[in-house]
Design a protein around this ligand. Sequence first.
Ligand code: GLC
Ligand code: CA
Length: 558
Amino acid sequence: MVKNNWWQKTVVYQIYPRSFQDSNGDGIGDIPGIIQRLPYLKELGVQVIWLSPIYQSPNDDNGYDISDYRKVLPEFGTMADMQEMISVAHQLNLKIMMDLVVNHTSDEHEWFQQSQSSINNPYRDYYIWRDPVAGHEPNNWLSDFGGSAWEFDVKTQQYYLHLFSKKQPDLNWENPKLRQEIYDTMSWWLRQGIDGFRMDVINLISKQNGLPNDPDVNANSHGSSMTFVANGPNVHQYLQEMNLKVLSQHDIITVGETPGVTTADAMRYAGFNSNELQMIFQFEHTEIDNSREGLGKWSDERFKLVDLKKILSKWQNDLEGKAWNSLYWNNHDRPRVVSRFGNDSQQYRVLSAKMLATTLHFMQGTPYIYQGEEIGMTNVNWPSISQYRDIDTLNAFDDLVNRQKRVMPEKMMTYVHHSSRDNARTPMQWDNTKNAGFTNGKPWLGVNDNYATINVAQSLTNQKSIFYFYKKLIALRQQMPIITNGHYQILDIDDESVYTYKRITKDSELLIISNFTDQVQTRHYPLNVGANLLLSNYEDDQGDELRPYESKVYFSGI
Ligand code: GLC
Ligand code: CA
């Protein structure tokens, strides 16, 4: 019998607090709202909640720009609310994983205010300041949100680095004092009773020595320096230090967000013996439909199933026995899974959402569900850019349409519909009352028009809903060790329409077959003697004939 760690058998649910549940009518989700909804998450059966940032922040990037790591943003509530949330969650056996954003702070953080005040200030070295080179930026790096990654400070006549917005200056991890402050903050939160950390862009904390130019930056491209700046020379040293000083002292869950990593990198960040993190979020399958014209995610391409299978299979195979996968389709930065990889038409939304859930949840790793995914929430297609709030979307529109004039506005709107982070950030749809039961006031971001039919109340009254399908998947993971430990084997790597894989242990086997198209597909996969249909998104089984978006799982063995 393999002995697993608890975080290998768990399912995580991500809450984006601003859009989850408003309790006081100001149109902004808050902590008391989350507390009200904890029983709902208990009913779903998840064991861990990942909370996107709730700290003090001017909200240039919705809380990923933190101005005080030890204060709660008043819009979200108070520290007392936070404590109550932790305690109610724990009573329900739910763990809380906090978002740790330490590649950068807000420019309104006390450290940066000090740092910016003069070249000699003791905090100057908490951030990355450089002299101009020939009157220009110190190098050609681009911000992930568009434009240069450098901002000139008139007062002290130097530039500071910001890989994201200019209100998110990058911290200088080479400074040991800064590192210690971060570790102290982490320990402080652990003393408040939290159960883990999701670490924002944690593989960007160490920058290339000498900050060289990125050879691949093409003047017209948009934020391409991200991969170049990732996985810098000291990143493993810093994470091992963090592990030694903080993480290893606690029985917690950790996952690092790591753009631009390979499976070899993953072995170092999250290898079973690497003493760094437990899991990472890799990005490969989320970049599968990126632009062919160098515009990053700003595209309206449809993904190819063969590409998806190759990526997911590589991660399943390469990490087995060596490191642990995180499994996710979407999060607060990605479009809705059913719109992107499935089919959100009225006819196929429910079927394809269940098919996608099955495909992912039978893999090896820890699954992450993003709020609303469990009821099949969809992308929005708002006609005007003025309806969007996400800084990434607004900056990209400005950069590509207005400044570079590379994309026509109408075309850009199709990219926005396809890729904007606001697709995931529209308020949670609780019921069919005004504003989907999210708020009595005016929601900070529009509610998706389809809330009258797609909502939690509706899902809870229908045993055939996507919600109960997720609940089943979560429960199965608890009941069947093969889902955690079975060996993964893909059977149809070149099939453009169907995804079939097995999970195998010494004495049992799962066969998972998913039709990714709206057409009937005929495939023959012989069943083991005594195989039973464990799960399906249709009422009956038609053998080799796979109906649109049909997904089924057979189990054989003991
Ligand atoms: C991560 C977060 C994203 C944020 C960025 C900068 O990618 O998930 O929401 O904008 O880091 O903090
Ligand atoms: Ca509120």
